[in-house]
Design a protein around this ligand. Structure first.
Ligand code: ZN
Length: 211
């Protein structure tokens, strides 16, 4: 398995390139920006991009998705509950003081229970609303790997003060959908360093002591 996570854009969103050497296929998670670099990495590994999955509709995660789709033909998957956020991309760009990226409706709704991925690496889509209403996490069960978007961070949780945010719902998402995945699951969050479910269960100040 090829697994590369690198920060992109001004907010340093974690973008991940995941590839299967056996089939030559790849998926990209959260291509927020730096599309030229993502294409370089795909070419270096001689991988064909088959799927673009976006964990939620914030500009720093979705900003490069349409450009990457145009360059590769790969479909974009995003949960439909975040369509309102796509429609306010100019407002989101103004928050950051950047030029709004062109975005389009996703090719497919990344709904709860859907299986995404490539080759022998498949993940289940978990709907984990709270940071946004369409926030998803991707669980690669055999690989014991979770992409948590901006739902869960090392030592913190996603902010809920932006449109569509709901703190109570976010904590329920983490409690009901992420913590049960198991302590040995490696977590790659939407920003910052990676962690594990076990470390967060024991040390994350937002929910330490939960049953
Ligand atoms: Zn976000």
């Amino acid at each position: 398995m090829v697994l590369e996570t690198f920060p992109v854009g001004v907010l340093q969103c974690n973008c991940t390139l995941l590839g299967d050497e056996a089939t030559g296929e790849a998926m990209v998670i959260d291509p927020g920006d730096n599309v030229a670099y993502i294409l370089e990495r795909l070419a270096l590994h001689k991988l064909t991009l088959k799927q673009i999955v976006v964990t939620h509709g914030h500009i720093d995660h979705v900003g490069g998705a349409l450009r990457l789709k145009r360059a590769t033909g790969a479909p974009v998957l995003l949960n439909e509950n975040d369509l309102p956020l796509l429609e306010m991309m100019d407002v989101q760009a103004a928050w950051l003081g950047v030029v709004p990226p062109e975005v389009a409706k996703p090719d497919e709704n990344a709904r709860a229970g859907m299986i995404v991925g490539i080759g022998s690496h498949k993940a289940e889509v978990l709907h984990t609303p709270g940071h946004t209403q369409g926030s998803i996490s991707l669980h690669f069960a055999p690989e014991k790997l979770l992409f948590a978007g901006d739902t869960l961070f090392a030592g913190s949780i996603g902010r809920t003060d932006l449109p569509g945010g709901d703190a109570r719902q976010l904590l329920f998402s983490i409690h009901d959908r992420l913590l049960p995945l198991g302590d040995d699951v490696r977590v790659i969050p939407g920003h910052g360093v990676e962690t594990t479910i076990g470390v967060e269960r024991e040390t994350n100040p937002w929910f330490v002591g939960w049953e």
